[in-house]
Design a binder for this molecule. Structure first.
Ligand SMILES: [Zn+2]
Length: 263
């Protein structure tokens, strides 16, 4: 009698574990899309065009966004990398529990090694999922143009990478889908680097850095440095707005190929 009971308990535990595992997997295969008055039919048919209707398990609207659960992790990653066109709207697709991104870096001097770039991204907590691809001039196919891209997973506590990173004293422009303004140091959305607690504290004994921190955190301080930072930010915004592109609705493979060519 008692042995039967023990077996039942253990069976229940296994069932619970299996259910929890399945739920975790389904969450990893889920993506979210901000709702702008779409109906379920629009969302489903747009995703069907890219990955096929048979690969969609659920499409649920909650708290202003659509949570779409897919059969395959690959499809969830792909939609995040390419975005989704619903009607005339190009939508950003984000992961629910994990964000897999295709990240492009621009203005990378040829002498900067791929490993240096990976190290910087891993410092942020990113998990690298592919080798770097380097781009070349169309007219000069043997000469690099400074653009490189990679596939990675964001750390779970981050929603975005910054618009620029500094490596070896080089300011590199960084771009991915669904990007937002975050701290260049710790990826927090709550503050920018000039007021990052993790940035200023380790350098309190360094006078030059402390002065720079004070200058940068003073919003009203009109300094040469502040003006320069502002100009760089405005240039970045202009460049980013010019870079938006409109992938085709059909055939996600050609969409991905197109993005690869353009970057
Ligand atoms: Zn920070």
């Amino acid at each position: 009698m008692s042995s039967t009971k023990v077996r039942n308990d253990s069976g229940d535990t296994q069932r619970l574990d299996a259910a929890a595992n399945k739920s975790k997997l389904l969450k990893e295969n889920s993506v979210r899309i901000i709702d702008i008055e779409f109906n379920a039919r629009d969302v489903i048919s747009a995703i069907s065009d890219d990955i096929g209707k048979g690969n969609i398990l659920g499409c649920v609207k909650t708290a202003g966004q659509w949570i779409v659960t897919l059969k395959n992790a690959d499809d969830a990653e792909l939609l995040q990398q390419t975005g989704l066109q619903i009607g005339n709207d190009m939508c950003t697709v984000m992961g629910v529990s994990r964000s897999v991104l295709r990240v492009s870096l621009f203005n990378v001097p040829t002498y900067v090694s791929d490993a240096e770039l990976s190290d910087k991204l891993m410092e942020y907590g990113c998990r690298i999922l592919s080798p770097w691809t380097r781009k070349y001039y169309y007219e000069f196919p043997a000469i690099e143009n400074g653009t490189r891209f990679i596939r990675l997973e964001l750390p779970s506590n981050a929603k975005s990478l910054p618009y620029a990173i500094v490596i070896n004293g080089n300011h590199l422009r960084l771009k991915h889908n669904g990007q937002s303004r975050v701290c260049n140091n710790c990826l927090s959305e709550e503050h920018l680097m000039r007021s990052c607690p993790q940035y200023l504290v380790p350098y309190v004994d360094n006078k030059a850095t402390r002065n720079r921190g004070v200058l940068q955190s003073s919003v009203s301080a009109v300094s040469a440095l502040g003006t320069k930072v502002l100009i760089v930010q405005i240039k970045l915004l202009i460049a980013l707005s010019q870079m938006r592109e409109k992938p085709l609705k059909n055939q996600w493979r050609s969409k991905l190929a197109r993005m690869t060519i353009h970057n």
